[in-house]
Design a protein around this ligand. Structure first.
Ligand SMILES: NC(=O)c1ccc[n+]([C@@H]2O[C@H](COP(=O)([O-])OP(=O)(O)OC[C@H]3O[C@@H](n4cnc5c(N)ncnc54)[C@H](OP(=O)(O)O)[C@@H]3O)[C@@H](O)[C@H]2O)c1
Length: 315
């Protein structure tokens, strides 16, 4: 990566916070809202249940910029990551791609300014026990680390075959936490069964005002069982922005410090106390910054959340 992550004083001959943000966003973007950026506190955090560790409430789902990296290069990934780190974010979710893509992505993740500041989540997403072992070994090699913070079986794919190995990798110190993911409502029932039978450290589920099924059973169960919770699809992979395009944000959104439609969905998600961190996928550092702002200020109460769902359903 070209730009440094150091945000210390220019007296050291290094860029200060303002220079740094200007590099990431372009000067015009900085000058349009300098006070807000410069006065910013680090992202609020929430505890990982049953541990002394906390995670910042907004994370980076890397799928889109990673999949686009063969044509767009890795600079968009690095730029979004810089923005996240600049605001005290740490959580980055990854999924195995081709060897060539993950080799380039691995270089970004191994940048000395980045590697020890991340909470890195990886996945196994392949059928077959041996294929899962091989895939994990490849991820370790390409990401240049023996240990990830969270190793997940994606979409419960062949989870019965992978889970004993995932548990063993936790025991051997190769994964600090272990978990499973789903991203559609039809997987919620098998997810619930898996949670009850296997008590993963983390679950990772789809949840938003458009897809709020997780709040009926999965999120209360995760809370009761003391699991960390990552959220995917806060913008239903972008279709949300098509739905709200041209619609005016209601005036009552100001009651929970919400300024944009992106924050409307993210604040709905964060208002659920079971949620540890919501992942937002983006190729654009300005979008990351907008999403980070959802981590600050007030959150909607239950009555307001019902109103938010009704509004979204009326579109
Ligand atoms: N089974 C699984 O384990 C699973 C499945 C799906 C997703 N996930 C995880 O969840 C992450 C999130 O993915 P998702 O599918 O849920 O995507 P998402 O975050 O719901 O939506 C991403 C889309 O929203 C756009 N966007 C983001 N912030 C924006 C903003 N402030 N304003 C306007 N547009 C914005 C992005 O486009 P721009 O690039 O233009 O910003 C992108 O097209 C993934 O990266 C992955 O880590 C996991």
């Amino acid at each position: 990566m070209g730009a440094t992550f150091d945000t210390t004083s220019p007296r050291n001959g290094r860029p200060n916070r303002r220079d740094f943000i200007a590099q990431a966003l372009g000067l015009g973007a900085l000058l349009s809202r300098p006070d807000r950026l410069l006065a910013q506190e680090p992202l609020p955090t929430r505890p990982i249940p049953g541990t002394g560790e906390t995670l910042p409430v907004i994370g980076f789902g890397s799928s889109k910029p990673v999949l686009e990296s063969p044509t767009e290069g890795t600079e968009p990934i690095a730029n979004v990551l810089r923005m996240l780190l600049e605001h005290g974010g740490r959580v980055i979710d990854t999924s195995p791609r081709t060897e060539a893509i993950d080799r380039d992505f691995g270089r970004v993740l191994q940048d000395p300014e980045v590697r020890d500041r991340l909470f890195l989540a990886a996945k196994i997403n392949i059928n077959g026990e041996q294929a899962g072992i091989d895939q994990w070994r490849q991820t370790q090699r390409l990401f240049g680390r023996r240990t990830v913070d969270l190793l997940q079986v994606e979409s419960l794919r062949d989870v019965d075959l992978h889970w004993p190995n995932v548990r063993a990798w936790k025991d051997s110190g190769e994964a600090r936490y272990i978990g499973v993911t789903v991203s559609s409502n039809f997987q919620h029932a098998p997810m619930e069964t898996f949670m009850r039978e296997n008590s993963p450290d983390f679950v990772h589920v789809n949840y938003s005002p458009m897809e709020n099924g997780a709040e009926d059973r999965l999120l209360p169960l995760a809370r009761d069982m003391g699991m960390g919770v990552l959220i995917n699809r806060p913008f239903t992979n972008g279709t949300y922005f098509g739905m709200v395009a041209g619609k005016e944000l209601p005036a009552w959104a100001a009651e929970f410090d919400c300024e944009t439609w992106a924050q409307f969905s993210l604040k709905y998600v964060l208002a659920n106390p079971a949620v540890t961190c919501v992942l937002t996928e983006t190729t654009n550092p300005e979008h990351m910054e907008e999403n980070i702002q959802a981590g600050f200020g007030r959150l909607p109460d239950d009555a307001t959340r019902a109103r938010m769902r009704e509004l979204i359903r009326s579109f």
